[in-house]
Design a protein around this ligand. Structure first.
Ligand SMILES: Cc1cc2nc3c(=O)[nH]c(=O)nc-3n(C[C@H](O)[C@H](O)[C@H](O)COP(=O)(O)OP(=O)(O)OC[C@H]3O[C@@H](n4cnc5c(N)ncnc54)[C@H](O)[C@@H]3O)c2cc1C
Length: 457
């Protein structure tokens, strides 16, 4: 950085465009959960999103399916996240509903249906959405312990939004980083999980593809086909499994396959390279599917992600750092605000490295304590989602969308309670937070609370 030149900008007066109770920055799973919860519980809530629609990785980057909402025995992510997934099913056509009505794990995403469902949920709960707007600065209090507002830029210009509480749901902990919260990024050597450019293929014959898999008599057929394509130079070295095929219907499939390496999702230059490399890789994979995989001969690439999918950037340092040991021992904490059962899923940082998977037993889950949402040094900020406070291994598990919804719901509910009681994030009474979460449909572990009901959003 020593050769980077700097210039000084003149001091500028900017308008205060809004004054609200809670600002949620980012409209992915964690931001939607947070905003709906905060507004439903009485806070004047603004959600700011840089894109023109909600959904984060699930719509921006076309991540093709929701990870499991169950621990393989029962649903453990309930509340707002599960309701929104069910609403997406309702918004899809009859064939989709017939096939996935009872499915809670790996439910394929119809991105257009999902965007509309998220719009409706936000408006119904009374959240004010502000799209096409990027938050690039924070206004801190004189003692530096809280955030009094954020600075946003959009087509209207620059403006400040004054607020009592902030929820950083950017996935990258942008707001926490701007506020000076300590964080880690990636592994010991700064290595990061790769990105993936997901996409949608139309004109695919699912029946023919199924027969191809069945005729081989084992599940390794697709894997061997990929290995052959790599050996013949039709695909680059790297990930061999195509586990991420999500069938929206019998001729439309979402694909999560292959990696783009060395991308730091907090750098615009890397995201630019990731977008270009990702689209090139998707084009190469299309040719592979057409030439090697029965049922895909006529496949048509209808859309790739607006942004390369990003698995890992910053992890904030919170009041508690959830560890691999907590995961392996399926620990419970007195301040649990959610449970997690998704496996540790760390993708390789370069093409010759291995993927790492660690599973809990069916029926097992660990607690997610409130403290992982609380960034060190700031009293009115929560960081749910991909950047919550954990070690790198647990981030490889906690990062999936169902967990992000649950952490978001807890953050939004906590913000509304903090507002009601006139306290900071650490002043929220944990028993009361848990009671409201349970009452509004969340699940915090056995014994299942009697009388908990799903919320209407
Ligand atoms: C390739 C890939 C495959 C995956 N597969 C699955 C899967 O199968 N199932 C699953 O459940 N999960 C999967 N995941 C994980 C999951 O999609 C993400 O970890 C999850 O979406 C994170 O949610 P989030 O709300 O924390 O952040 P995001 O989904 O990243 O949302 C953050 C939002 O904030 C906005 N934003 C960011 N910064 C700013 C700013 N400064 N100002 C304004 N707006 C901002 C972004 O535009 C975005 O909409 C996958 C991830 C990847 C990358």
């Amino acid at each position: 950085m020593s050769d980077v030149k700097h210039i000084s900008l003149p001091a500028q007066e900017i308008p205060v465009s809004r004054e609200v109770d809670v600002v949620v920055v980012g409209g992915g799973a964690s931001g939607i959960g947070a905003a709906v919860a905060a507004a439903s519980n009485g806070a004047r809530t603004l959600l700011i999103e840089q894109r023109g629609f909600l959904g984060g990785m699930g719509t921006v980057s076309l991540v093709p399916a929701f990870c499991p909402f169950t621990d393989k025995e029962k649903p453990i992510i309930r509340g707002i996240g599960m309701e929104l997934m069910e609403r997406m099913k309702e918004a899809c056509n009859a064939d989709y509903r017939r096939e996935y009505a009872d499915t809670l794990d790996w439910v394929p995403i119809d991105p257009e249906a999902l965007k509309r469902v998220y719009d409706d949920a936000l408006l119904e709960s009374g959240v004010e959405p502000l799209f096409h707007s990027f938050v690039y600065d924070v206004i801190k209090s004189g003692d530096g312990r809280s955030i009094e507002g954020i600075v946003v830029v959009n087509k209207t210009g620059r403006s400040a939004v004054r607020c009592s509480y902030v929820i950083d749901a950017t996935g990258d902990a942008d707001i926490a980083a701007l506020a000076g919260v300590p964080f880690q990024k990636g592994g010991e050597q700064g290595e990061l999980q790769p990105g993936s450019m997901c996409y949608l293929l139309a004109n695919v014959d699912r029946g023919r593809f199924r027969r191809f898999l069945e005729e081989s008599g084992d599940t390794g057929q697709l894997h061997r086909t990929v290995e052959r394509a790599i050996a013949e130079g039709a695909l680059p070295e790297g990930r061999k499994s195509i586990s991420g095929l999500a069938w929206v219907n019998d001729y439309l499939v979402g694909v999560n396959f292959g990696h783009v390496f060395g991308i730091d999702g907090t750098k615009a230059e890397d995201l630019t390279r990731g977008a270009i490399e990702g689209r090139r890789l998707a084009r190469r994979q299309l040719a592979f599917f057409q030439n090697y995989v029965p049922g895909f001969e006529q496949a048509h690439l209808v859309a790739s992600g607006e942004q390369v999918g990003i698995r890992e950037t910053r992890r904030i340092q919170g009041d508690y750092v959830l560890t691999a040991e907590d995961f392996m021992e399926a620990r419970t904490f007195p301040d649990d605000i959610a449970r997690n059962a998704y496996y540790i899923d760390i993708h390789m940082a370069h093409s010759k490295a291995n993927m790492h998977f660690t599973h809990l037993k069916p029926g097992e889950s660990h607690g997610v304590p409130y403290r992982v949402l609380l960034p060190l040094g700031i009293d009115n900020l929560w960081v749910p989602g991909r950047a919550a406070s954990s070690d790198r291994a647990v981030q490889g598990s906690l990062r999936v969308m169902p967990n992000c919804f649950a952490m978001g719901q807890a953050s939004g509910t906590a913000a509304a309670l903090a507002l009601r009681d006139g306290v900071g994030a650490r002043g929220v009474e944990i028993g009361e937070l848990q009671r409201v979460l349970l009452e509004q449909g969340a699940w915090l572990g056995e014994p299942a609370p009697s009388g908990s009901s799903a919320r209407g959003i």
